[in-house]
Design a protein around this ligand. Sequence first.
Ligand code: SAH
Length: 191
Amino acid sequence: MGFLSVLSQAHKWIGERAGLGDVVIDATAGGGVDTLALAELVGRNGLVHALDIQQEALYRTRERLSAAGSLEQVRLHLLDHARMAEAVSPQHQGCVSAVMFNLGYLPGGDTSVITTPSTTIEALASALNLLKPGGIVTCVLYPGHSGGDTEALAVEAWAAGLPPAEGHAVLYRQPQRNTAPYLVAVEKRKR
Ligand code: SAH
């Protein structure tokens, strides 16, 4: 058996730390594939906040969730993920189990709308803040496209510079393929 894809590995790590009834966030809804997996993970009594800055992405996500019968536990937000705290009610701040990022552009959409290092880093910091102790943030990086390479380095530097008292960071990467997507994950320090 080969190694898991970066996305499958992200879902595996999330599935080990989040479950039925939990609050989770998809910071880059895109086509809604990850939003749906998160909605199924937390179930009817859970809550998924899905964010995107493109209405087109939110339409696609709504369609996918609705077709799968899992829209009920999802809130869609047309919002920059740097402002994700605004989407989360005060009583859920510090209680979120997982925040998922899948960077880059919307496949089959407007490729000029891509995630950018400054808002991505701000969003990652906000995500860590919203997590409960032991919660996880995952971020799939795309060094193979223009702009994605500098963004990937910025995220890696952010993870490397995190004080261990805040979280524990890992990389999941194929060192023989330096343009392949890879994964950074941070587990918030358990109290
Ligand atoms: N690269 C992935 C898909 C990424 S989709 C793949 O190949 O499958 C990334 C999504 O992030 C897009 O829908 C885009 O609109 C969204 N996005 C870009 N900047 C954002 C921001 N600042 N806040 C929230 N979403 C953003």
